[in-house]
Design a binder for this molecule. Structure first.
Ligand code: AMP
Ligand code: GLY
Length: 426
């Protein structure tokens, strides 16, 4: 079978790395891919906003399955266009992608389906939003409704900060994403990410992970797309996972179906484990990046068969098996990220770093020019390792990081600290 994978991040390198292991695969095309993906698949240039071009490419290259990595093409309806053209796709419809594309949509779904989440209000003008802030008091969370690349969330510790956040949202700080604002209760607890596949009816729980969103050690600095992750998340015990399936995931899938937009794809639930139980922070409609890297590192089952089951409505016939051993990934990013940073700086030493068989290096923003490996984005490499304990996996990942010669890069030195602390006390 020939497959087209859309995307260029570490997530897509990890997906490609898993897909090429499948005996069912013939040729894997990736649009646009990166320097790491290029070593295992055919990278192509394709304007994915032009759906007709994508369909034509699929017909010309006998593609029978398209896997969409990032959220933007999903919200943009690429999955719908390909499905209408008779192609098999992994990735939800535009309507179902509203679970990530609109925070207000998700909050309303939670109300209908009785999914535990932070109390909230939705506002399309500053005055009523501010009145709500004054009524609720601080701390409180102000969110731009739409996709804002992870930047549209302001955790206001004082009422004034919240009022200012409302103003900046309506003044256009987040562009169109801020035309509506969601204001919600500040939840306290431990965060975890939970990944579940759904074919619209059935649900297959995959695995859990914990991300590190802040740029610097000790969870300080600005929010990023994620500076490292590990799987599984110790807070997600079997009992907690079962609870989340019953209280959060199954009601969501049933409600989406009842609303006429069944969810088919990977549901990534951002959870807060509070003293009152699990609560939904948000949904994403694609694999997390870098969470996908640690998930694929632990997956034993053929990823292609699982994704096909999801697209074909036969998930109840599929099982996913996992290595019990935890995996850790450390992100190497360009100095300055998530602000402005230099591109096309040289990186050396990858071969030596990847010599340990328990280590995989997934590329994100990389490119090869004149035989040299250069950085080509904010998040650039994901150094991933699997071992018997988180401490050991982390040691292996950092040993590999240290072999990489990239003076213009930086990384967090404390990825996995929470899990390591738990291992140390147990
Ligand atoms: P979101 O984009 O909705 O995932 O928010 C980004 C991050 O903000 C989350 O991962 C949480 O760390 C934090 N956050 C969002 N909403 C809340 C909330 N209601 N209470 C506490 N923390 C939150
Ligand atoms: N790592 C967070 C995300 O993929 O949204």
């Amino acid at each position: 079978m020939n497959i087209l994978l859309i995307g260029s991040g570490g997530r897509e390198h990890a997906l490609a790395w898993s897909l090429v292991k499948s005996p069912v695969l013939n040729e894997l095309y990736v649009a646009p891919g990166n320097a790491g993906i290029e070593q295992i698949a055919k990278c192509i240039t394709l304007d994915i906003t032009d759906h007709r071009t994508v369909i034509d490419f699929c017909r010309l290259h006998d593609i029978s399955f398209v896997v969409i990595g990032p959220e933007a093409p999903l919200v943009d309806g690429l999955s719908d266009s390909l499905t209408h053209a008779g192609l098999r796709v992994f990735g939800p419809s535009s309507a179902a992608s509203q679970l990530e594309g609109s925070k207000g949509f998700t909050k309303d779904m939670c109300s209908r389906a009785n999914v535990p989440t932070a109390a909230y209000g939705r506002f399309s003008d500053a005055e009523s939003a501010k009145a709500y802030v004054r009524e609720q008091g601080a701390p409180i969370v102000v969110k731009a409704d739409g996709l804002a690349a992870g930047k549209g969330v302001i955790m206001a510790m004082s009422e004034q900060e919240a009022l200012d956040a409302v103003d900046s949202c309506f003044d256009g700080a987040f562009g169109a994403a801020g035309a509506e604002v969601v204001i919600e209760e500040f939840m306290e607890g431990e965060e975890a990410s939970f990944f579940v596949l759904s074919d619209g009816v059935n649900a297959l729980p995959l695995a859990t992970a914990q991300d590190h969103k802040r740029a610097f050690d000790g969870d300080t600095g600005p929010n990023t797309g994620g500076m490292g992750a590990y799987s599984p998340a110790p807070v997600m015990t079997k009992t907690m996972t079962d609870r989340v399936m019953e209280e959060i995931i199954r009601p969501t899938i049933a409600d989406m179906k009842a609303q006429g937009c069944p969810f088919k794809g990977v549901l990534y639930a951002g959870l807060m484990i509070t003293k009152d139980g699990p609560k939904l922070i948000e949904y994403n409609v694609r694999f997390g990046d870098p969470e996908c890297q640690v998930l694929t590192m632990r997956l034993k089952t053929d990823l292609l068969l699982i994704l096909l089951g999801c697209a074909e409505g036969t998930l109840h016939l599929v099982d996913a098996e996992w290595h019990d051993d935890p995996a850790v990934t450390v992100v190497m990013a360009a100095e300055g990220y998530p602000g402005s940073y230099e591109k096309l700086t040289e990186i050396k030493g990858l071969e030596d770093a990847a010599a340990d068989p328990d280590v995989e290096i997934f590329h994100a923003g990389t490119v090869v020019v004149d035989g040299k490996l250069l950085s080509n984005g904010g998040r650039v490499l994901n150094i991933t390792a699997r071992a018997e304990t988180v401490s050991e996996a982390r040691q292996k990942a950092y040993a590999a990081v240290e072999k990489i010669d990239w003076p213009k890069g930086f990384y967090r030195k404390d990825i996995g600290w929470r899990a390591v602390q738990r291992e140390d006390v147990s």
